[in-house]
Design a binder for this molecule. Structure first.
Ligand SMILES: Cc1cc2nc3c(=O)[nH]c(=O)nc-3n(C[C@H](O)[C@H](O)[C@H](O)COP(=O)(O)O)c2cc1C
Length: 185
């Protein structure tokens, strides 16, 4: 059994939901999981006392960037993160589309985050997010509806839309679980 931290940044809740699901997969594999927002990280994380055998970190994209507090979290604990198996997932609407342009955009978000933090995660993955019109203020709803229209996504603002492929999330979680289990033995 390994002690695994699943830490995330989330603005409208979808990355938190994905992190929770990854935590469930790891718990089902008998690991001791700590789930936390990167805004208020748990104790026992300082470089000298890094108390985890593996870490998964997730963040979502808003206007081309991940949450700044996730980047700060990674910079602060990068020594510890680079000592244990680790994985990063990036949640965006670009990842909901299969065109080569969208794929290169979501891969670009991942690459940029890793390059800017000096973190060397063993796994990285782009995950499709959600359109949560009910959570947006008037202006954001208007802007997101226009963007969704040009991107061929859903534009009926009376509903929320989830594009996350949960099987894909589980495959990512299982791949990480195998890595942690292999390193722990
Ligand atoms: C104001 C706003 C800006 C966004 N900007 C982008 C963007 O630049 N690129 C992208 O692919 N997705 C973008 N998205 C989509 C989010 O990444 C997506 O909704 C994701 O599910 C949000 O995850 P969260 O609920 O964990 O914050 C944006 C969403 C909002 C509300």
């Amino acid at each position: 059994m390994a002690r695994v931290l699943v830490c995330y940044g989330s603005s409208e809740g979808q990355t938190a939901k994905i992190a929770d699901h990854i935590g469930d997969v790891l718990s089902e594999a008998s690991h001791d999981v700590v789930l936390s927002t990167a805004k208020y990280p748990p104790s026992a994380l300082t470089s000298s006392e890094f108390a985890y055998d593996g870490v998964v970190i997730g963040a979502s994209i808003h206007k081309g960037s991940h949450q700044g507090y996730v980047e700060e979290f990674v910079r602060e604990y990068v020594d510890g993160l680079n000592r244990v198996p680790s994985a990063f997932f990036s949640v965006s609407l670009s990842a909901a589309k299969s065109s080569p342009e969208a794929r290169s955009e979501s891969d670009g978000y991942l690459r940029e985050f890793v390059a800017e933090t000096d973190w060397e995660p063993d796994l990285t993955h782009a995950v499709a997010g959600a359109l949560k019109y009910s959570e947006y203020g008037f202006l954001t709803r208007f802007v997101m509806k226009r963007i969704a229209g040009t991107e061929g996504l859903d534009t009926d603002t009376d509903h929320d839309y989830e594009y996350t492929d949960w099987e894909d999330v589980e495959t990512f979680a299982i791949e990480f679980e195998e890595l942690v289990s292999t390193r722990a033995t």
